[in-house]
Design a protein around this ligand. Structure first.
Ligand code: TPP
Ligand code: SF4
Ligand code: MG
Length: 339
């Protein structure tokens, strides 16, 4: 038997074995058959798959609408099977707000880079969050403007070399990086703010769980949810894919610790969280109920309760225990160095 015949036979045997056992891995129907065009080692493709899987598992395929603004994610409409809307740079929260308010039964997500969300779109982000817009934001923090060739982003590290900071980010002139989850977690409209990464099977699983939880909170009407993914851009960082993951672990994760920064379900189980959105809405709901039974005087100036209040703190029950505080404390900015 020639080596070629032997090899063909081995492959046939393998194929038969595969037929018997069936596929162990397949493409999620949440994605189209299009081949993604992201660079080798880029994490955009991983995250997009996780979002698609979460949508599929929550049976939201027919109701999901994604909003992709400008950045390397701009072509994501080619990759998702669900409806997609392309927004102008930074305007995804406004587009998503309109979609969700017009079609509350739909599951709406934005997929935004750090340049998009934290630079040109920062005002929209903060205001959508503080309004408690019932949308889910997938935030890809790769510490650089990927699509346009590697300019400094609001999340680029102190000392990080980029096209617009060739001597490294100088905090004296460019300021310090913005930690988005920490900043947004102070806003009452935020139901969930969690930072994850996708550098190993374990972290990929955790990221998927977080994304799913965000969609679940949206379905329950709890408010703005954001999952920040600490991501790679090997092309513009100037690394091989493997080195990019090492750089992410050694530099980005210490500065951007993984963890849950706000989770109103977890907080509402905690006595300390007396003023969460859930508590406030529960109070508004109680006031509305009181008014409808006539116990409130006519002409009362009490604020009107929302028509559809989310579940109260006492009613909600999260099966997922909050993750512990970030394991790695952020180092001081002056100690951090990029390239
Ligand atoms: C109004 C406007 N300003 C600037 C640009 C140029 N632009 C395109 S993508 C981009 C930055 C994208 O970076 P990021 O959001 O971090 O996404 P990434 O490519 O890193 O995933 C910029 C500045 C634009 N398209 N529109
Ligand atoms: S330029 Fe960066 S963010 Fe864009 S696809 Fe390539 S590696 Fe990914
Ligand atoms: Mg970016």
């Amino acid at each position: 038997m020639t080596p070629a015949t032997a090899s063909a036979k081995t492959q046939n045997t393998k194929a038969k074995t595969k037929d018997k056992t069936g596929p162990i891995f397949s493409r999620t129907p949440g994605l189209t058959d299009a081949i993604t065009n992201y660079c080798p080692g880029c994490t955009h493709g991983i995250v997009q798959r996780l979002v698609a899987e979460a949508i599929e598992e929550l049976d939201a395929q027919g109701r999901a609408v994604g909003v992709c603004p400008v950045g390397c994610s701009v072509l994501a409409y080619e990759f998702y099977s669900c409806d997609m809307v392309q927004a102008a740079h930074g305007r995804a929260p406004a587009v998503a707000t309109g979609l969700k308010r017009a079609r509350p039964e739909n599951v709406i997500f934005t997929y935004q880079g750090d340049g998009d969300l934290a630079s040109i779109g920062m005002a929209e982000t903060v205001h959508a969050a503080t309004r408690g817009e019932n949308i889910t934001v997938i935030f890809i923090n790769n510490a650089i403007y990927g699509m346009t060739g590697g300019q400094m982003a609001p999340t680029s590290l102190p000392g990080q070399v980029t096209q617009t900071s060739p001597y490294g980010r100088d905090v004296e002139t460019a300021g310090y990086p913005i930690r988005v989850c920490e900043m947004l977690s102070s806003l009452d409209g935020v139901a969930l703010a969690q930072r994850v990464t996708v550098d190993s099977p374990r972290t990929v699983r955790a990221a998927k769980k977080a994304i799913k939880k965000a969609f679940e909170y949206q379905t329950e009407g709890l408010g703005y949810t954001i999952i920040e993914v600490v991501a790679t851009c090997p092309t513009n960082w100037g690394f091989t894919p493997a080195d990019a993951f090492t750089w992410l672990r050694d530099n980005l994760l210490p500065y951007y610790p993984l963890g849950v920064y706000r989770d109103i379900k977890a907080e509402s189980k905690d006595d300390k969280a007396a003023d969460t959105v859930a508590d406030k809405l529960a109070a508004a709901k109680a006031a509305k109920a009181e008014a409808s039974t006539g116990s409130t005087e006519a002409g009362s100036t009490a604020p009107e309760a929302p028509e559809v209040a989310p579940e109260t703190a006492a009613e909600t029950d999260s099966e997922v225990a909050p993750e512990t505080a970030p394991e790695v404390a952020p180092e001081t900015t002056s100690e951090k160095g990029g390239e």
